[in-house]
Design a protein around this ligand. Structure first.
Ligand SMILES: NC(=O)c1ccc[n+]([C@@H]2O[C@H](COP(=O)([O-])OP(=O)(O)OC[C@H]3O[C@@H](n4cnc5c(N)ncnc54)[C@H](OP(=O)(O)O)[C@@H]3O)[C@@H](O)[C@H]2O)c1
Length: 370
């Protein structure tokens, strides 16, 4: 079984990398339906789950509930357990405590489950005080609708308030989901990481590959379309290239990892849980390789180098069928009648402390100029 980390002080365990599903059905930002569709995201789900990455993050607002519906469909089709996180958006017009429980019931219905593993407040938003929403989150746990509760986009003071409000009900604040990546280091400076560490609140890192910019596929001559291209003009894309180039070299030194995989592993080395958004099987396969040593195509297990160094080559260029690993929990009923369990994917890899330190320094230099 792949290594697991607990969410805060709760008994909810997840692999140290999950998959984000904002793009699953979202047309507004991600243009769902143009360039990728249901077949692609279903394959992304299957590739992740088969590699042992069974932690998925969604929200009621992603695709207006479509992301939750897709997840429900894919989970049922897989017949396997997953750890599911979703979110409540505290819109300013949502003034009553009942709104949260009502929204949670709607999310449960869309996914088709009785409870979620992690229920998060999507962002701090007035006018309802943090303490009130925490009290209702505690109700959700006590009613058996959520195993654990968390927040998102909370600053250090807000984390403290949320933690203390939940503590009055003897419920730990499990997580704070924040933007954190090699191109977004603010959580290290604004006290959020330190506060989460102090209270044993797990940090879930969103936009971990900076919305695709750290993949290395975007350059000043090849910008992302839409909002992303607008936010990151040609000049900034030029400035991040030395970082991406060094990430490419570090990836090569680490047994053939890609810049995205280096970006994700850097976050894991910082004791956070990155949740890259994958739109298709190829992206999911690359993203899970940010943690998982995928089986070597010819041997069905990690390569000799993988075993020796803790690193592996990417599984790119293989079809999802070739590259998909075994189910996390194997049983004859899930193995298509085979009498022998498939090779277990249980290896993960890490950048060396020296590589992490070098990336720290380089990304500081680059982000200072953005
Ligand atoms: N709590 C919050 O407020 C909040 C905010 C944002 C996100 N999130 C969560 O965090 C998750 C991830 O964040 P994100 O989607 O903003 O950013 P991200 O994970 O940094 O980037 C995702 C995008 O990068 C590209 N990509 C991903 N893997 C790739 C690969 N291996 N090769 C090439 N391109 C790849 C894809 O877009 P293209 O193919 O179009 O380039 C994909 O949609 C979301 O799905 C959501 O669950 C939460």
């Amino acid at each position: 079984m792949l290594e697991q980390v607990h969410l805060g002080k709760t008994d909810v365990f997840v692999p140290p990398l999950g998959i984000g599903t904002w793009a699953w059905g979202d047309r507004l930002v991600w243009n769902y339906g143009s360039g990728y569709g249901e077949k692609d995201i279903r394959e992304a789900f299957d590739v992740s789950l088969n590699a042992g990455i069974d932690f998925f993050d969604t929200a009621e607002i992603y695709g207006n509930g479509q992301s939750e519906r897709f997840l429900g469909t894919f989970i049922r089709a897989s017949g396997k357990p997953v750890t599911l996180a979703t979110k409540f958006m505290p819109y300013p017009w949502r003034l009553s405590r009942k709104e949260l429980i009502h929204s949670l019931h709607n999310s449960l219905e869309r996914v088709g489950v009785d409870r979620v593993d992690l229920y998060q407040i999507h962002m701090p938003m007035p006018p309802v005080p943090i303490e009130t929403w925490m009290d209702v989150l505690a109700d959700a746990v006590e009613q058996g609708l959520a195993r654990a509760v968390g927040v998102s986009n909370y600053n250090a003071v807000q984390v403290r308030r949320a933690y203390e409000a939940l503590a009055k009900r003897n419920i730990p604040l499990a997580t704070n989901q924040i933007e954190y990546s090699l191109l977004h280091r603010q959580p290290e400076r604004n006290g959020v990481l330190a506060t989460c560490r102090e209270y044993d609140v797990s940090v879930i890192a969103y936009s971990p590959i900076a919305k695709g910019l750290l993949t290395g596929k975007y350059t000043p001559d090849h910008r992302p379309r839409g909002l992303r291209g607008w936010r990151m003009g040609g000049i900034n894309l030029a400035r991040i290239q030395p970082l991406v180039q060094r990430m490419r070299e570090i990836g090569a030194e680490s047994g053939g990892k890609t810049p995205s995989q280096v970006a994700l592993n850097w976050l894991i080395c910082k004791n956070t849980i990155p949740i890259p958004g994958a739109k298709n099987a190829r992206q999911a396969e690359e993203d899970v390789g940010g943690l998982v040593v995928l089986p070597h195509p010819s041997t069905g297990s990690g390569s000799a180098q993988d075993k020796g160094t803790g690193n592996s080559g990417p599984a790119l260029g293989r079809s999802p069928e070739q590259s998909a690993g075994p189910a996390k929990v194997w049983s004859p009923s899930t193995a298509g009648g085979s009498s022998r369990p498939p090779a277990q994917i249980k290896d993960s890899w890490r950048l060396t402390p020296a590589q992490v330190a070098e990336l720290d320094m380089l990304s500081e230099q680059v982000t200072m100029k953005l």
